[in-house]
Ligand binder design. Sequence first.
Ligand SMILES: [Zn+2]
Ligand SMILES: [Zn+2]
Length: 353
Amino acid sequence: MRPIGTVQTIECARLNFYPQKTHSCMPGIPWSPDDKSRLVELVQKGLGPVSIQRLGVLTANDRRPRSLHAIAQQIRRMHLAQPEISEKARMARMRGRSITAEQRHSAEDYLTTHGSAVPIHHVVERFGVTESWTRRSLKNLRISRVWAETAAHPFSRFHDPGYRAEVSARVRRQARERAAAHRATLVALAEKILSSSPTVPRRSCENCGHSFPLQSEFFPACHRATTGQTYYLHLCRGCAAERRRQPKSQPDGLSATGDLSRDEGLRSQRLRRILCERRDNVRTAENRPQERACRACWQEWPLLSDFWRTSRTQKGTVLFDPRCRLCENARRRSASKGRITRKVLAQSIGVPA
Ligand SMILES: [Zn+2]
Ligand SMILES: [Zn+2]
């Protein structure tokens, strides 16, 4: 039995001492009102202590970022945590801790045989393990996965059209955002270069019309060792990437529309534009030249060597090809492609072409 006097002393001491304790005896640097309101803002945005700590915006007096523990503790003190998120985090921790050896072994066995393609959510549901444990185990077991195979697996969520649409919308949005950010960086860099050295060679992109320095940072380039020259694309990097993502026309003849269509090469597109302009100039109101329809595209072009490839007979008569310049070029390209393919095939099987 303790004497009554002692108990009273302790009680009094605690009552007197407690209000001061939160200030003077708390280790570390007190939180300023600014930091507190910033923390409230970040938590309301849905960030947890880990993400907040990574931002590194909350610092102690010597400008070092506050520790994860300090941030978590302050969130707790200010009662900022949203109950449902805390509960979710707590459950995840519990699941992580409560994976029994038996569960682990059976999950590992399953991963060894099926891990190369089975979706992770299926392993989580079937064996009660966590997603992070599953990913770590796949890495430890050195199982490599191919996205296409995982997506094609019968248990994959990608068979659900709703889920597929959601993921594809997210991926597209992220790609758009990344592309916009990249373009903004390039435009800013170009402005810096052009303002500091105005005489630097420049080129306007044929799609967006923006003028960039003629350098490989801004235009996809190819260096040809035989001529020692570097050739630059007429599309800036942003537009070139966009064009690469455009689907080529369908085999059934349905073509992809848009300025960046891949159905026709860039050089052919340029030639087509030039020829159309030239035809408009040649066709004046008072004088319309003799024209002929191309056998392949059925467009009418003036009978001039600008628009048709020509040859001469022995007597010196000029003969126009039955196809217009554009269609004849296309025919020659596909013929040469066929010749090269046959040559490669003949070499690979050891037969003279
Ligand atoms: Zn462009
Ligand atoms: Zn034609």
